[in-house]
Design a protein around this ligand. Structure first.
Ligand code: PMP
Length: 345
């Protein structure tokens, strides 16, 4: 018998529904749904640019950050060009490569679950047109520091576009975080991808944006579907920008819950690496497959990579407590008498 899902913690969504002011803005926009949105989303682009403190020619808006990534690949990839990215990572990267005729070049993560910047650089070849970094990284939550990112960017040839996916950047905390907007001037091949789906809690509405140098941004904008950003989503994003303070408090709560989960899971015997996204990563050799089964039985839907790891979105307090109850006591791998792991799940 399958257990119904009570807590959906599998898609790194926000646990919060839209704020009342955002819902009101959407309702007003729905009343005008017989009208087209702007042909190109110029107003929204200007609003986002002003909010980022950048000129509007540095900003491109798309259908989620994944839509901006697709536009970027359409803009720069010709059939057979290579696209290099760390793997495991966000599932969409290989799909986007397939959609645009790019040859995917996945580069294994380092044993501690980080994107291996040296190996990524070594994988760049004469046909490489794009390299993707995910920072904070999905699914591990690991973070590339400001220094490491700058050194990496300096070593990437100018003809290779760097897609820096910052879908989770608002949840990152601590010293040494990159200030990517400040890097744009020095790196005309850098496109930073951001989204309203995660910290801003508007995943259903599909609005993301890219930040880059004007020439690259212009090429990516040329791939924009006319009338492609819907008016209800635009109204919701504008209202969210006005409610920035309230939304930041929500993000702070998610971050606090992430750290509580990390502490308490560690207390239960799980090895929990520091993470900077709205998720927690549990990896083999801890007993992730048994953990996944226990979560399913508790009505918690997590993202399970069999034999590899478990990604748990940070939910509301009740959902996080359900996780802790389900995972109590399962963490450490069983050891054989000689001290070796009896099981590598
Ligand atoms: N980038 C990463 C790293 C993600 O994990 C996700 C969603 N899981 C996205 C992008 C997609 O974001 P959007 O909703 O903006 O397309």
């Amino acid at each position: 018998m399958s257990v119904p899902v009570v807590h959906r913690l599998s898609l790194n969504e926000s646990p919060y529904p839209p704020l009342p002011a955002v819902r009101d803005a959407m309702r007003r926009a729905v009343a005008q749904a017989h009208r087209y949105p702007q042909f190109h989303p110029d107003d929204l682009t200007e609003r986002i640019a002003a909010w980022c403190g950048l000129p509007s020619d540095h900003v491109v808006v798309g259908s989620g950050s994944v839509g901006v990534a697709l536009q970027s690949l359409q803009a720069v990839v010709r059939g057979g060009d290579a696209m290099v990215y760390a793997w495991r990572s966000f599932d969409a990267y290989p799909l986007l490569a397939g959609m645009t005729g790019a040859r995917p070049v996945p580069v294994p993560l380092s044993p501690d679950g980080r994107q291996d910047l040296g190996a990524l650089l070594a994988a760049l070849g004469p046909r490489t047109r794009v390299v993707v970094l995910c920072n904070p990284h999905n699914p591990t939550g690991s973070m590339i520091s400001a220094g490491a990112l700058s050194a990496f960017l300096r070593r990437v040839p100018r003809h290779v576009t760097v897609l820096l996916d910052e879908a989770y950047v608002e949840f990152a905390r601590g010293p040494g975080l990159p200030d990517t907007a400040a890097l744009l001037g020095a790196h005309p091949n850098l496109l930073v991808l951001r989204t309203f789906s995660k910290a801003y809690g508007l995943a259903a509405l599909r609005v993301g944006y890219g930040l880059g140098a004007p020439e690259l941004v212009e090429r990516v904008r040329r791939q924009q579907l006319p009338f492609g950003i819907n008016a209800v989503a635009t109204a919701a994003v504008k209202a969210s920008l006005r409610a920035g303070g309230e939304l930041r408090l929500r993000v702070d709560t998610v971050v606090a819950e992430r750290e509580r989960l990390r502490r308490e899971l560690a207390g239960l015997g799980w090895h929990v690496p520091e993470g900077h996204a709205n998720s927690v990563w549990l990896a083999a050799p801890d007993r992730v497959d048994e953990g996944a089964r226990a979560l399913t039985l508790a009505g918690v839907q997590a993202r399970h990579f069999p034999g590899e790891g478990l990604r748990l979105t940070v939910g509301g307090r009740k959902a996080n407590d359900a996780v802790l109850t389900a995972l109590a006591g399962l963490g450490a791998p069983r050891r054989a008498a000689d001290g070796a792991y009896a099981e590598r799940s």
